[in-house]
Structure formats: C-alpha cells, structure tokens
Write a protein that binds this ligand. Sequence first.
Ligand code: AMP
Length: 191
Amino acid sequence: MNIVFLGAPGSGKGTQAQKLATNRGLFHLSTGDLLRTAVKNGSPLGQKIRQYLDAGNLVPDDVIIGLIEEQADAGNLSNGFILDGFPRSQAQAEGLDRMLTKHHMHIDHVVLISVDDSVIRQRLLRRAELEGRSDDNEATITHRLKVYRNQTEPLVTYYRDRGLLRTIDGDQTPDDVFAALSAVLRNGTTA
Ligand code: AMP
C-alpha cells in the first residue's frame, strides 16, 4: 500500500505516519527528517538547506524531487511507502506522478489530517519548548502556516479530483486519530 500524508505542520501527520508504517511494515519517508539529517551532516548542500528550514520556506522543488528519486532508485519505495511531508507543492506532486509512473507504481490513498490553525499554533509552540526545533518559534510558525495554505493546500483539490483524498479530523487524541485512519484505509472512503 502506498500512502501520502497531507496536513499542516503540527497536524500530527509525522506521529501517525510513523505508527502506521510500523503497524503495516511500510517504508516511512519524512522529507523533514531527511533534510534535518542533511543539515546535521554539515555538507555544502546541508548548509544551503538550513537557510530554508530556519526561515520556514520550502526547499527548492528540484532538490526535494532529487532526494525522493534517490530513494525510489534505491528500491526503498518498492514494498509499500508512506510519504510524510512530500509533496508540498504542485510541481512536487507532478514530479511524484512522473516518478511513480516511471517505476510502475501508484498512490492508493492521500490522507489529509485536518486541524484548525489555533490548535496547530498551540501544538507547535509546545513542541518548540519540548524539542527546541529551530523552526518552531512564533514568527516562523506563522510563516510556515502561510506557506502551507498557499503552496501545499491546493494539493487537497489535486488529489480530491483524482479520487484519492481521505480526510481525517486531527483534533482528537493520537489514538483516536489512528483509529479513524485505520477505518478510512479499510473502507477507502473518499472525502
Ligand atoms: P517538516 O518536518 O515536514 O515540518 O519540515 C520541516 C521543513 O523542512 C519545512 O518547513 C521545509 O523547510 C522543509 N521541507 C520538508 N519537506 C519539504 C518538501 N517536500 N518541500 C520543500 N521543503 C520541505
């Protein structure tokens, strides 16, 4: 099963993606994690990436699509995957479609975890205290939400038009979200 997770920063998609991947033996690919690792390694590319992460801007599409392509070429996507944080723009969604066609693969479900902005804000500020992520401060949070609305949210329509969208209320306990997620994957309900 191949799944894409959509949702604002702080919607809980990382937590749910991780849990679902473990539960179903799927490959969990978080572009945020991948990019943070690249930054930690301190390569010239990592240093460039850091500027985008710290500002809360999207890393250029060609860099991201290149990273995903590397994973596909390495065969990591062949036995079922969860994409967490990718695609985040129309160009990335189209790049993903091209890549999957090339590898004779397709997306089964696009899961949108829907949470109100006020709840998101509170969650991200709490995460800032707990994890000390450099992009979880108030100004960057506001900017990241704007980037999500402008660049990523249009993908909701993109995938709804293709009959792939499954929407879940993310303003519940993580266990309840996971139960809703499991039910939706079982029934293939579209929204
Ligand atoms: P995340 O951990 O998914 O919230 O991502 C953290 C940051 O990594 C984002 O604010 C972006 O700067 C960058 N990032 C993650 N995924 C992508 C993507 N698909 N395209 C562009 N930038 C990304």
